[in-house]
Design a protein around this ligand. Structure first.
Ligand code: GDP
Length: 408
């Protein structure tokens, strides 16, 4: 059986221990080859230091630059149950862009905070970015507990500070874990140094994260690409999620009209079933008006039909967006004119500085929380639920922004 994969990102203020934690996770899960460990130990020894787990990352970094073993900006490790992909976030611009355009979608995040320093500017900026990207599975780790004598009071103080800030931006972490990345406390095994803590270790928390469920298990979403009129009328499209069956009842959106699948059509074959990922044609029992851009679903939860959507977007054009301008929105095979009605907040994706709230423009490389008004209703869903109907691009002549739907 194929093992589950979970993609996550580690963020936090500089020097709070990201690299050390990654090195630890790789080491403690036995994901580093013996000779690599030896090499790193020797480097540390020659520098007159004890084993530094941050070096694991520096070391992998070097190899990455030479392009030998590790693919760009991703680090892998595995457990019995699952493989993990850690997505690096040093280049915020690339990371933000990849997240909103779906190129590297992290499903979860660890936010690291130094126990002796507490919440810092970048802790806030990173957390804000996570919120903007709609990441809901977040665990906070309070690192360097060894520097504060593993003191429970200190932990509770920092925990309170972090939660206060996170809750203000509507982030509700699943756990807050006291750790020492350096010493390996609460990373893969519980630590007697913090025996007052009874929650999960970092690895247990990771194992508890949910991976996005397989497209096959989701409700049917058949996205219409074209309608061909031969001797019979064939609706051509792609089964993005779920299963399409001959004889099953379907509803066409946005109209909401119902009919039954008469046949599935595929180059002279008429299969009974087409599953997620498959492009296929279909004929219906009733002659409904169906056109490109429509979405066909079966009995379960219906998609939303709306002319207003809340979204996070990444602007990637030199010419800024100014309120009032009309743009073309493409979502699945739907194409509709739209306006950005409200710009609720804007964050510079290179410095992660929160620029201002309720402004009138969005500039190159900025990420923004917005409300979009489309000139006709769209069939749309939350990105977290059905990716294919929750991701869009905006264009003038060329593409100017990519975005994800966070609310309908
Ligand atoms: P990054 O900038 O977030 O990647 O932070 P690093 O992992 O490079 O760590 C910054 C410094 O903090 C390094 O000198 C680490 O050795 C040190 N450090 C990281 N974790 C711990 C910890 O748990 N305890 C102590 N005492 N030092 C730590």
């Amino acid at each position: 059986m194929n093992k589950d994969k979970l993609r996550f990102v580690i963020v936090g203020h500089v020097d709070h221990g990201k690299s050390t934690l990654i090195g630890r996770l790789l080491f403690d899960t036995g994901s580093l080859p013996e000779e690599k460990i030896k090499e790193i130990k020797e480097i540390c020894k020659s520098l007159g230091k004890e084993m530094e787990f941050g070096y694991v990352m520096d070391h992998l970094e070097e190899e990455r630059m030479q392009g030998i073993t590790i693919e760009t900006a991703q680090t892998f490790f595995g457990t019995k149950t699952r493989d993990y992909i850690i997505i690096d976030a040093p280049g915020h611009v690339e990371f933000t862009k990849n997240m909103v355009t779906g190129a590297s979608q992290a499903e979860a995040a660890l936010l690291i905070v130094d126990a002796s320093e507490g919440v810092k500017e970048q802790t806030k900026r990173h957390a804000y970015l996570l919120g903007l990207l709609g990441l809901k599975q977040i665990v906070v780790v309070i690192n360097k507990m060894d520097l504060v004598n593993h003191d429970e009071k200190r932990f509770m103080g920092v925990k309170k500070e972090v939660l206060k800030f996170l809750n203000e931006i509507d982030i509700h972490p699943l756990y807050v874990i006291p750790i020492s990345a350096k010493n390996g406390d609460n990373i893969t095994s519980p630590s007697s140094n913090v025996s007052w803590y009874t929650g999960p270790t970092v690895l247990e928390a990771l194992e508890g994260f949910k991976t996005s469920s397989s497209p096959l298990k989701k409700p049917l979403r058949f996205i219409v690409q074209d309608v061909l009129n031969f001797d019979k009328r064939i609706v051509v499209g792609r089964v993005e999620t779920g299963k399409l069956k001959t004889g099953s009842q379907i509803t066409v959106f946005p109209s909401g009209e119902k009919t039954i699948v008469n046949s599935l059509e595929e180059y002279g074959r008429t299969p009974e079933l087409a599953e997620a990922g498959k492009s296929v044609g279909l004929t219906t029992i009733d002659k409904l008006f169906i056109e490109r851009g429509n979405v066909i679903v079966d009995g379960g939860r219906p998609p939303a039909v709306s002319d207003r959507l809340r979204a996070s977007l990444f602007w990637m054009d030199k010419k800024p967006y100014r309120k009032g301008e009309t743009l073309r929105l493409r979502l699945a095979t739907q194409e509709i004119n739209c306006e950005i009605e409200e710009i609720e907040s804007v964050q510079d994706s290179s410095t992660l500085e929160l620029l201002s709230e309720n402004q009138d423009e969005i500039k190159n490389r900025e990420a923004a929380h917005v409300v979009i008004k489309t000139f006709k209703p769209l069939v749309v869903e939350l990105f977290n639920e059905i990716e294919e109907l929750g991701r869009f691009v905006l264009s003038r002549e060329d593409t100017v922004a990519g975005g994800i739907v966070t609310g309908v």
